[in-house]
Design a protein. Structure first.
Length: 207
């Protein structure tokens, strides 16, 4: 491990940050939580990361046992997936996203892309905090132009995010399913989700 990444402060939080605290590292974990990704997939979803920096971060996370390579069934493409240690970061990713919603929320800057991974993570953690418990088996499918399809699947009273489409038992209607959290001064939203504000070009509810 490089000397400038070591805190030299005995704390398990510091130890964790030495492994996953570098810029882009947790966002790589975020994008791998729903499933394996190719290098080109990560370059696209983590735009504007450079291929050189992504390669460096992947090597660091692989050496730390956070991710591993998964050879493709056909062809020469290499896929990256989380190890058990990497998947254990899921709750931390969720809590960071929710903290951002509560304490660092602001609209996208003029030059910022809005990747589907970020939209789905924010939507999932927001719904899990503020919506009523969804019925098991419900699947909410989201499509973003130029990206994979994503889904929010209800199980055990909470939402989990994934990619591609899975079977659904019924159509999800957004109105009334969740209420917006109180705004400044305690005002309450109208209970509607605003897909375009979240960056989705096309969102469909399938069942």
């Amino acid at each position: 491990m490089e000397a400038d990444r070591i805190y030299r402060h005995f704390c398990m939080g510091a130890r964790a940050l030495e492994v996953i605290g570098e810029r882009w590292s947790l966002l790589i974990v975020r994008d791998l939580l729903p499933g394996p990704r190719r290098f080109t997939d990560l370059v696209r979803s983590l735009n504007p990361i450079t291929p050189t920096r992504l390669t460096d971060r992947l090597r660091t996370l692989e050496a730390a046992g956070v991710i591993e390579r998964q050879p493709a069934e056909t062809g020469n493409e290499v896929w990256y997936r989380l190890t058990d240690a990497g998947r254990d970061l899921g709750p931390a990713i969720d809590e960071l996203a929710f903290w951002g919603i509560e304490h660092a929320k602001e609209p996208p800057r003029a030059d910022e892309p809005v990747p589907g991974e970020a939209v789905m993570l924010g939507t999932k953690v927001w719904l899990n905090r503020y919506s009523v418990a969804p019925p098991d088996g419900l699947v909410w499918v989201w499509r973003f132009r130029g990206e994979d399809s994503y889904s929010l699947r209800a199980a055990d009273g909470t939402w989990a995010r994934g990619r591609r489409r899975a079977g659904a038992s019924r159509v999800c209607q957004p109105r009334g399913a969740a209420r917006q959290p109180p705004g400044p001064g305690g005002s309450q939203g109208d209970g509607r989700l605003a897909p375009r504000a979240l960056g989705a070009d096309a969102i469909r509810h399938q069942g």
